[in-house]
Design a binder for this molecule. Sequence first.
Ligand code: PLP
Length: 368
Amino acid sequence: MTRLQVTIDHGAIARNVERLRAHAPTAAVMAVVKADAYGHGLVGAARAAREGGAAWLGVAQPDEALALRAGGDAGRILCWLYGPELPARALIRGGVDVSASSLEVLDTLVAAARMDGLRARVHLCIDTGLSREGVRPEGLPALLDAALAADDAVQVVGAWSHLAWADQPGHPTIDRQADVFREAVATIEGRGVALEVRHLANSAATLTRPDLHFDLVRPGIAVYGLPPVEDPAGEGFGLEPAMRVTASLALVKDVPAGEGVSYGHEYTTPRDTRLGLVTAGYSDGIFRSAGNGRGPVAIGGRRHVIAGRVCMDQVVLDLGPDATEHPGDEVVLIGADGPSAREWADAAGTIDYEIVCRFGGLKEKYPA
Ligand SMILES: *Cc1c(COP(=O)(O)O)cnc(C)c1O
């Protein structure tokens, strides 16, 4: 019995990458496919992104990069999140580009490359103000010295950083981070390094800051059709959501006015009405915080919200006295004919990134 179905439109992912390429015509596109492609399924999403013209794929974890290789991807891949215990030999042998944020990681990369007589392609990561990954600018010269001293084992091909406030266009930190980034690039190039790619822009900066595209843009959420900023033209930048999430209606029944619904009776039927039971709850990815009139669904194009608390594997809808819904009807949680991931995010007090990661994380359990 299928409780929740997550289906992915791979054509939408390919078309979104094509549109992002059109938004950044002077740069290459790295489709970010970390976290199982934001819940969309790593290998299938990556293949679709390549079809759309992604010259690069970006992942956080080494096992994601290796899974892409195992899945047959032979293109450029950058992997950026690990400590000095990273599986450096496997990555370098696999031809994966690697990021270095610290001397400790660089040492591991150098040692691993020498063991196999290979040369690692390294992207120096600069912390320009996010205070997350990356070497702080004052630490860059030492990291650069170490990389250049190990020229036999590492080739510095990239310099990159990540923005803190790109989804707030005009935020002053964006220009400040860009200035720090440009200075870092000048420091690296000043040492005679011919950088292949300089990259800073996530989805938001790809869509709103053409001056920050440099050689490569790294969109993630936009690849899946969810723009992180408003399109001034009101067209969602031409992106198409790729994830559809559905459940089914298990039961429909008439109840009188004044009945308490679900645990704690936080909802009481305001009139004689018809309740519908949906076979998905918080163990399926529905945020418990989206109960009590917040979480939206659509059945046959009619909108409803969750009545009362979200339970572990079910929720109740108040379909209204004139409801024509039937047991077995498809309940659309996310889809073109229903709510968006953004609406779920608003209902649950989070961002659409977390919504698709959460629903998508369950798709292996309940394959479509
Ligand atoms: C997640 C991530 C991205 C993509 O961010 P979006 O906001 O999804 O476009 C780009 N670069 C890095 C370093 C990231 O961690």
